[in-house]
Structure formats: structure tokens, C-alpha cells
Design a protein around this ligand. Structure first.
Ligand code: PLP
Length: 371
């Protein structure tokens, strides 16, 4: 968390009233929640009354899928094959349709067009993927859905994209947008969602009717205030951070590819001018090393202070085999040697130097054991 966000969170403990209560302490707490709501609304290009706070990105994603069903006769959910499990599992659970991607990890728009019709209730395509960082063609998705699935809401999981992309500019015609605090210097366990007016979403948590009747439960006031403070700081710095961290990421990826033979970088194309990473968000460096097992590599580099991931973490802490790389057509062997390095607003040149010293040496060590 950003230090200023920690300060804002601690300060918010003074608003100990329950925001939905009737007295002055309650109104003070609700004012703090609504101040955060205005910041988030602004950052996502929405009206304050279109922003609801919830407990996580997962909760927002689940609400988007389950809540969009049965507003009309339409009851079929559709999503891309590279969605986070918070979207993919609900869609699969409901027997929905899953749309493929190309080898760069971008949605197959023809496959989408062929899967839409009046029976479709919601189409969910993430703004940028959490493993590869690849940005999705949302404008085309919206156009296709409006043309072919008149009863469908469009949802985008912007959890990974928000710190890098101007989501307000990228999603003006999207009905539902999810974000999560811990991806942009805020606390874990707080999420937010844009639900455009007139969406008719059905609440999945019933109770006191908080958050415009869409998410019952007493507000996490300090968490919401901190999420708002993090969003304000992040939006303020986003352009500068993109430039600085994008250059760090390029150096990291270029040097790892130079130092480690048989390395594949995902989501990029090669041009006469070098590697084109324009499809990817600036903080994402995602590589696959031949003849390596990710778990062993993660273990070795952790001992040297490099904390990374392979696919997405599951509750056990083990690494799930990547459904994203499988959808992109990567073999199980190559996907098994994937490494997901995430840079953030606090990443430095020294961090990149350290990773460049540690990772190639660890791979050499693992490969030499294989003979
Ligand atoms: N969606 C994406 C793209 C994510 O990367 C994550 C978390 O890493 C989530 C959803 C889930 O968010 P949360 O961890 O807040 O439940």
C-alpha cells in the first residue's frame, strides 16, 4: 500500500459510526464513503450513484455474471477463455459459452460474433489479462454485442488494467466494470464496481440494502476510504508511472531474453524496430522458458528475494496450470516454464538489476541439473 493510503486508512478509523445509521456519527461515516465514491466514479467515467463498493474483485465479478441473469428471458452468460477464475468459473458453472483467443492472447471476435444472440444475458471480457498483460479489444466487443445480443450487458474485469489504462476512456459504453483495491496501492479485501443506471442487475447478497440495494452488509469504511485515496494517487501518477515502468519492463524483458536461450515472451510481435509490446500493459513481463518447471524456478528466485508468480495463485498457494496460455495455444511443456513478473509504481532500476542477476543464474542451475 502507498504510505499516504495507509495514513488515510488509519485516519478513517475516526469515522466509527455505521454509515447507514441515523445519527451524526453515521452521517460522518457515510460522507467519507461518498467522498471515496466520487473519486472512484471520476476515475471510471461513471456517476457516483453508479459506483458500488464490495469486498473484492471476485465479488464484483460474480455479481456481474450471476446478477445479469434473468433480467429478461435471456439467461446465457458468455466470457473469454482467458478471464480470471472469478468470471470463468461462474460462467462455466452456469453452462455458459467461452470464447477463444488468438496466439497473442486477444479475443477472437469472429468466435464472439458467432456465439451471440437474444438468449445471451451478459458478455464478460477483461480490459487487460492478469497473466500476460494483454489488452483486449473492448470497443469491438461492445459494438458486436450491441448488434447481436440486444438483451446482454457488457461486463469488463478491469482489476488488472486500472493502474495502467485510463479505464474511463476505454469503457464508456461498458455496462459493468470491476476493480480491486490491492492492484493499485490500496488495501486487499475491498473492491468496487460500476453498475450503469438502468442495468437492472440483481443483487446476490440480500440484507440491509446497502449500496443501492446491490450489496448488503455494513460498509468497510476504512477500506473504502483507503481505496478512494489509492485511486486518487494512482490516477494522478498514472501517465508518468506508465512511462517510467514501461521502460523498466522493456529492459527487464529484453535482457532476460538476451541472457536466457530458448525464451518466449507472450503477447508481443517482432518488428524491424524491435519487440512491439503495445498490446501489453506497462507493468507486465511474462515469459516462458523451455525445459524449466516454474515451481522450481519460483523457489530458487524467492531465496534471492525475487517474488514472482507463474500463472495465477490459487487458494493453496500452488500454481495452477495456466488456462490462459492453454487458450493461446501454448504447449503444456512451454506453459509449464512460465514466469510472471509484475512491476508496479514502486519498482526501481535496482529491482530490475537484481532480477536480471538472479533469474538467469537460477535457470542455468535448473537446466544444468537436467543435463
Ligand atoms: N480479476 C483479475 C483480473 C485479477 O487479477 C484478480 C486478482 O488478482 C481478480 C479478478 C480477483 O480480485 P480479488 O483478489 O480482489 O478477489
Amino acid at each position: 500500500m502507498r504510505p499516504t493510503v495507509v495514513e488515510a486508512m488509519v485516519e478513517a478509523t475516526q469515522w466509527f459510526g455505521n454509515p447507514t445509521g441515523a445519527h451524526r456519527k453515521a452521517r460522518e461515516a457515510m460522507r467519507a464513503v461518498d467522498d471515496a465514491r466520487e473519486i472512484v466514479a471520476d476515475a471510471l467515467g461513471a456517476q457516483p450513484a453508479e459506483v458500488i463498493f464490495c469486498g473484492s474483485g471476485t465479488e464484483a465479478d460474480n455479481l456481474a455474471i450471476f446478477g445479469a441473469l434473468n433480467r429478461t428471458d435471456a439467461a446465457v452468460p458468455v466470457c473469454s477463455a482467458i478471464e480470471h477464475h472469478a468470471v470463468l468459473h461462474p460462467v462455466e458453472h452456469l453452462g455458459g459459452r467461452v470464447i477463444g483467443v488468438d496466439d497473442l492472447g486477444q479475443l477472437d471476435l469472429d468466435d464472439l460474433a458467432g456465439s451471440l444472440g437474444p438468449e445471451v444475458a451478459v458478455v464478460s471480457v477483461m480490459t487487460a489479462n492478469n497473466e500476460t498483460g494483454v489488452i483486449q479489444p473492448l470497443d469491438d466487443v461492445v459494438e458486436c454485442v450491441k448488434e447481436r445480443a440486444p438483451n446482454a450487458l457488457v461486463h469488463t474485469d478491469a482489476v488488472q488494467a486500472f493502474p495502467w489504462i485510463d479505464v474511463a476512456a476505454a469503457t464508456p459504453h461498458v455496462d459493468l466494470i470491476s476493480i480491486s483495491g490491492h492492484k493499485f496501492g490500496g488495501p486487499k479485501g475491498v473492491g468496487a464496481m460500476v453498475v450503469r443506471r438502468g442495468s437492472g442487475l440483481h443483487s446476490q447478497i440480500l440484507g440491509g440494502g446497502q449500496e443501492f440495494d446491490l450489496r448488503s452488509g455494513t460498509h468497510n469504511v476504512a477500506g473504502i476510504v483507503a481505496l478512494g485515496a489509492a485511486a486518487a494517487a494512482m490516477v494522478d501518477e498514472r501517465a508518468a508511472v506508465n512511462d517510467r515502468v514501461g521502460a523498466l519492463r522493456d529492459r527487464l524483458a529484453d535482457e532476460l531474453r538476451r541472457k536466457v536461450p530458448d525464451t518466449t515472451e507472450t503477447g508481443v510481435t517482432e518488428t524491424a524496430d524491435g519487440t512491439d509490446r503495445s498490446l501489453k500493459v506497462a507493468g507486465s513481463c511474462h515469459l516462458c522458458f523451455a525445459d524449466i518447471e516454474s515451481e522450481a524456478l519460483l523457489f530458487l528466485i524467492e531465496r534471492e528475494g525475487v517474488f514472482a508468480s507463474a500463472a495465477s495463485s490459487c487458494a493453496s498457494g500452488a500454481q495452477d496450470p495456466s488456462h490462459v496460455l492453454a487458450a493461446m495455444g501454448y504447449s503444456r511443456e512451454l506453459a509449464g516454464g512460465s514466469l510472471r513478473l509484475s512491476l508496479g509504481y514502486g519498482s526501481t532500476d535496482a529491482d530490475v538489476d537484481h532480477a536480471l542477476a538472479v533469474i538467469p543464474a537460477a535457470i542455468d542451475q535448473l537446466r544444468s541439473h537436467r543435463g
